[in-house]
Design a binder for this molecule. Sequence first.
Ligand SMILES: Cc1cc2nc3c(=O)[nH]c(=O)nc-3n(C[C@H](O)[C@H](O)[C@H](O)COP(=O)(O)OP(=O)(O)OC[C@H]3O[C@@H](n4cnc5c(N)ncnc54)[C@H](O)[C@@H]3O)c2cc1C
Length: 410
Amino acid sequence: MQQHECDIAIIGGGLVGASLALALQPLVQRLGLQVCLIESHPPSEIQPDIQWQPSFDARSSALSWGTRLIYEQLGLWQALEQHVYPIQHIHVSDRGFLGSTHLDHQEQQVEALGYVVPNVWLGRVLWQGLQKAQSTRILAPAKVTKINFPNPDVAVLEGEVNGEPLQLKARLVVVADGGRSGLKEQLGIADQVHDYEQSALIANVRMSRPHHGWAYERFAADGPMALLPLSGQDMALVWTRPGQQAAADAALSDSEFLQRIQQSFGKRAGRFQKVGERFTYPLKKVRACEQVRRNLVVMGNAAHYLHPVAGQGYNLAIRGVVSLARSLDASATEAVVAGKTFHPGDLQTLEHWQSQRLGDQDGVIGFSHGLIALFANNLPLLGHVRAGGLIGLNLLKPARRWLANKAMGL
Ligand SMILES: Cc1cc2nc3c(=O)[nH]c(=O)nc-3n(C[C@H](O)[C@H](O)[C@H](O)COP(=O)(O)OP(=O)(O)OC[C@H]3O[C@@H](n4cnc5c(N)ncnc54)[C@H](O)[C@@H]3O)c2cc1C
């Protein structure tokens, strides 16, 4: 059996767990803490292209301007920048109705409204950062199957690492498993769930002309379609499909599929010329009823899983990541000043952190869900109201600024 002890154990080395391990570095180095990151897949760094880790798969993510600033603070932006594609304009429209709006980076006085980055590259940059992280032990492939809290000071994790039994003691355990492992259920943490009965179909597509930094969000009765700029004439497609339609569309031949998306999207971005492999993701709104307990935090998709229509899931989660690192840092400073021992699992600190995060979570979850509810409704009258709203947005600079700030995560 492998036995380890650490101050903070992070379960899951996906987008959120890996980001947290890096955001904790200043605290770890200042106080000489030990962090353990447990990931059930082999690191993408070590086995590129063989077995995709769930976070770092074929998707591309839209990172907001605010997330760029966080990556700069983490010292990762320079590495990430090699494969990011700026979003300079966003065109929002409603198929079948006249209204549309256009957000422009110059009007918002930023270099870009956001950036698109292939998740595989995000994973590579995060995991390269982890290789250099001090006092951070990485156990991968390793899996946590059980968490116990035998006394108020410590959590004991059980599982396996490289086929060997694993036992790990930690003062704070962070569940960043994407809600994939059943650990939350085992701890009796319930979820609030809204099933959209939709799936997101994603694929890379090649257009007949360069996108010049344009991203498109087109709402249609059978589901919104987003096109995000990638390299040259390539764009990332995220297409929300009802019920079983995603699987049926994913199974179409390339030429049938290209015809189908052309028909649904129209010609605004040019002709769809080529499509890569297609993947589907079932869509739900999930929110954990508890995100903190003594010695426990639930983060990222495990805490809140949202519809990708506005591309905000990770952008929201990383704000939680940096604010948790800051709260722990502040609590450590207070403990030192008061001559007390710092405990990273202190319930008061964790509850205070959570209360600070709730407003942002409510806002982003409500915004993403509201967009789906508003544009999913087929009532013709509502279509005209939406068209009026989009035209209004186009005419009113403050309204465009509000929408741009939502997109930029500000
Ligand atoms: C189609 C789609 C498009 C999206 N686009 C965007 C976008 O444009 N912008 C944006 O901000 N967000 C976007 N998101 C949301 C974003 O992908 C999520 O916010 C993000 O993946 C959450 O990461 P996570 O680390 O919490 O969870 P996950 O990605 O699920 O990672 C969890 C990790 O934990 C590991 N794990 C699981 N169980 C265990 C265990 N028992 N022991 C050890 N390890 C374990 C897994 O192997 C995995 O690596 C999108 C989501 C979807 C579905």
